[in-house]
Design a protein around this ligand. Structure first.
Ligand code: BTN
Length: 322
């Protein structure tokens, strides 16, 4: 498989880039070359070239009387994710990158929108608060470039949506996952951290220019390769289909991200922090109490001995009930 694929190289003639449209058409069932060429307004030669390129990328495509039929899809990679994906993202795959967030930022500054950068491993993965992110092969390293019409104040909602999306994708895969405020996804079995999310943005006071949301999922990785406090899907339930997890994450994220009320409701539904006694380290000091709600754009409401406190940002620890 190519080091880099899905970078938008035009695969067609008159009608422009047929990369994604051919994948989308094949995903709905068999279709003949002439039908495809007509539908996409490109030459039959362009379709044939595209089908050959997909075969080279690992797709098994039979030519039947009913047309081209996909009989197997590569396990992972840009086109494998785009095939059957119900979300409008172009996926740029790299076997290895220093950081998918760094690559996504580059694309964002070039004006790109709705691109998902995916890497097989990262050599310089970055976490929150200038920490690193252990990124061995087998994990999921995904960063999404967006140009949403929001203010910087609203950006934390995207981070909550990202946490919800990965939690839902992991639950669907059989992992008992839950969200610790604001956006860590933990195993509810062991309390270990499964997912971290890093959101970066650029813009002015009243308008975001671009946002990069980075998802790091400890998927098919040995826990010995991860720092203390982390767990992996492999350790919790065994290896998962990373392609399905990435697709579901992108689909859930896309379905939610424009609707603040839906994000908060879904976050509450997936959260393990609400109802817990917590200690939160904030820039203004420590807050201890019971977490009772989350408010837009992601504030945690904590009931303390001195009344309700609203927290915008901080490191949250769940305490045993006293
Ligand atoms: C955290 O500290 O909890 C956030 C970790 C975010 C890691 C992901 S992995 C994909 C993307 N690329 C990076 O360099 N970081 C994010």
């Amino acid at each position: 498989m190519n080091e880099r694929e899905g970078a938008g190289a035009p695969g067609g003639s008159a009608g422009g880039d047929v990369r994604r449209p051919v994948l989308d058409a094949l995903a709905t069932g068999p279709i003949t070359g002439p039908e495809l060429a007509d539908r996409l307004d490109v030459s039959r030669a362009a379709i044939w070239k595209r089908i050959e390129a997909l075969r080279e990328a690992g797709f098994a495509i039979q030519g039947t009387d009913a047309g081209y039929r996909v009989t197997s899809v590569p396990e992972y990679g840009g086109e494998a994710i785009e095939y059957g994906l119900e979300a409008p993202y172009r996926v740029e795959y790299h076997d290895a990158l220093p950081s998918t967030n760094a690559r996504a930022r580059e694309l964002a500054t070039l004006g790109e929108d709705r691109v998902a950068v995916l890497a097989g491993e990262q050599t310089g993965g970055r976490g929150r608060l200038d920490r690193g992110w252990h990124s061995p092969a087998g994990g999921i390293y995904l960063s999404v470039v967006l140009r949403p019409s929001i203010t910087p104040m609203q950006a934390p909602l995207l981070t909550l949506a990202a946490a919800v999306a990965t939690t839902r994708a992991l639950r669907e895969a059989g992992v008992d996952a839950g969200i610790k405020w604001p956006n860590d996804v933990l195993s509810r079995e062991t309390g270990g951290k499964l997912v971290g999310i890093l959101t970066e943005m650029e813009g002015e006071a009243d308008r975001v220019s671009w946002v990069v949301v980075g998802f790091g999922v400890n998927a098919n990785v040995d826990p010995a390769e991860l720092p203390e406090g982390a767990t992996s899907v492999r350790a919790e339930i065994g290896d998962v289909d990373r392609r399905a997890v990435v697709q579901r994450t992108l689909e859930e994220f896309e379905a939610l991200r424009g609707d603040p009320d839906a994000i908060l409701d879904a976050w509450r539904e997936g959260a393990i922090t609400l109802g817990e006694r917590v200690r939160v380290e904030t820039p203004e000091g420590e807050v201890v109490g019971r977490a009772i709600d989350v408010e837009t754009p992601g504030r945690l409401v904590v009931e303390t001995d001195d009344g309700e406190v609203r927290i915008h940002a901080g490191d949250c620890e769940h305490l045993r009930p006293v």
